[in-house]
Design a protein around this ligand. Structure first.
Ligand SMILES: *Cc1c(COP(=O)(O)O)cnc(C)c1O
Length: 479
């Protein structure tokens, strides 16, 4: 097998291996790392993988991206990440929702410890990053800001791991009780929960200020594991292959090769669906990539008009699917690079930075015809209706983000093609909206009721740099 190297979308980074870009955030030229080649997944190859369990399939798929990690090492990492007790097997259950609509399928991405799809990628990083750090004799202090899902997924992935600590900022009093409990009940010595008297943007501004202080960053070995991390993307590509295999398990053997499905993905930062785009580009028979947004519809606007117009934080609405309240999709740069090619990309991206808008109407027909993208959006009322409909017809509870996906899938699906909706969180994580939809509180699962009674560990600071710097100086791991 050939080596895969990583280059920057902005074209000014020497090719680097997976392990090198795994620990880096943005490329030194401000761009994002992209693979310089994609492996081709032929029908035979996919068929050979059919008997594999999730962890072993992950070794195969991530191995296509991480060609510099020895195979046996990678197998140990994926087994640790996707074994019990972190995930109940089969890790990603694939369930037909034929009672809701013929051909509708739910892909369960939220069975991990924090009940959101981010666990699938983050648990891999929780193994892979300590592995790379140990090899390179380094330590890492992860500094991040969260409004909910990412922070708790990171903390659960890195708790108790060697050579890594996590400093996670969250807006004091602004997360749901379940989200708070998932983070603040962790008592591990390497997990530091810091509640900031402010909003999420304040937390993010503090992280940015410290990360931009190159001396402080280097002195304290600060780093991030945000949604642009290439390891997260590689780990997310796995479940697109997995879910295609599970849907075609039920198809007659002779008809499996090239059996096409549609995939619908509730989207915010374009990380999840970008992994689907890579899987499709490698040859997984995905016909259409259906992108679902909520009222914050920058991505829906781009894929339906060809114009990408990021919005400011003040123009971002607070919706009932909060993990998709994003108005600048950080991973979209990777797709636009693939769309335009390296040279045209650099030129057109300058246009975006100069004017705040990227007008790609000349590429609009390619988005659908060549790349299979379709987009739609949901409103709060749509999500409530989707939660009700799925409950009434199938007995199953879905969360408001998945409800975005169901809404858009039901509007766009076509006969003859199974439509797979990515379940990006569990209903129990967002009980308020589910209760509003059903007119009564859903019963909290025992595990959540129990979690809410456990002692919490969090320090609250003012919205200022000084107390945060002091905390990091005192607690950060030193090499
Ligand atoms: C992060 C998240 C999303 C959006 O995923 P992206 O990769 O940012 O597009 C959707 N739903 C839930 C529940 C999430 O946590």
């Amino acid at each position: 097998m050939q080596h895969t190297q990583y280059i920057s979308t902005r074209g000014r980074m020497a090719p680097a291996g997976f392990m090198d870009v795994l620990l880096a955030g943005l490329a030194p030229d401000g761009g994002l790392a992209v693979p310089d080649r994609l492996e081709s997944l032929t029908a035979d190859r996919l068929e050979n993988w059919r008997p594999l369990g999730y962890a072993d399939l992950a070794t195969e798929i991530i191995g296509l991206f991480a060609t510099d990690v020895p195979r046996d090492d990678l197998a140990a990492l994926t087994r640790a990440a996707y074994g019990e007790p972190r995930f109940p097997q089969p890790v990603v259950p694939v369930t037909a929702l034929g009672d809701v609509a013929d051909g509708l399928v739910l892909v369960g991405l939220s069975e991990g410890p924090t009940m959101a799809f981010k666990d699938l990628a983050m648990q891999f990083l929780g193994q892979a990053i300590p592995y790379v750090l140990a090899k390179q004799g380094r330590v890492l202090n992860i500094l991040g800001a969260t409004s909910g899902d990412t922070g708790s997924a990171a903390e659960h992935a890195f708790r108790g791991q060697e050579g890594v600590s996590v400093f996670m900022l969250s807006p004091a009093g602004r997360m749901s009780p379940v989200q708070r409990a998932q983070m603040y009940t962790l008592q591990d010595a390497n997990i530091h929960n810091i509640a900031v008297r402010g909003v999420f943007d304040d937390c993010q501004a503090l992280v940015k200020a410290l990360s931009n202080d190159a001396d402080f960053k280097e002195a304290h070995h600060l780093g991030a594991v945000n949604s642009i991390n290439i390891g997260r993307i590689a780990a997310q590509a796995v479940y697109y292959v997995w879910s295609w295999l599970r849907v075609t398990d039920a198809v007659e053997e002779g008809a499996r090769a090239g059996y096409r499905v549609d995939v619908c993905v509730p989207s915010g930062n374009f990380g999840n669906i970008y992994a689907g785009f890579l899987a499709r580009s490698m040859g997984v028979p995905i016909r259409r990539l259906i992108l679902a947004t909520n009222e914050n519809n920058v991505l829906e606007e781009f894929f339906t008009t060809g114009v990408y117009r990021p919005r400011s934080a003040t123009d971002t609405l607070a919706t009932s699917s909060p993990s998709m309240d994003i108005s600048k999709a950080s991973n979209l740069e990777r797709f636009i690079w693939a769309l335009l090619g390296p040279e045209a990309f650099v030129q057109r991206w300058t246009e975006l930075e100069a004017t705040g808008t990227l007008d790609l109407r000349d590429q609009l027909s390619r988005l659908g015809e060549e790349f299979g993208f379709v987009a739609g959006r949901s409103s709060h009322a749509d999500r409530l209706e989707a939660i009700r409909t799925v409950k009434e017809r199938s007995g199953r509870l879905i969360d408001p983000h998945t409800a975005d996906g169901i809404t858009v899938a039901l509007r766009t699906m076509e006969p003859g093609f199974p439509t797979l909706v990515m379940e990006t969180a569990k209903a129990a994580k967002f009980p308020q909206t589910v209760a509003e939809a059903l007119g009564k509180d859903p019963e909290a699962p025992d595990i959540i009721a129990d979690l809410l009674t456990q002692p919490q560990k969090v320090e609250t600071i003012d919205n200022e740099e000084a107390p945060l710097r002091a905390l990091i100086e005192e607690r950060a791991l030193t090499s």
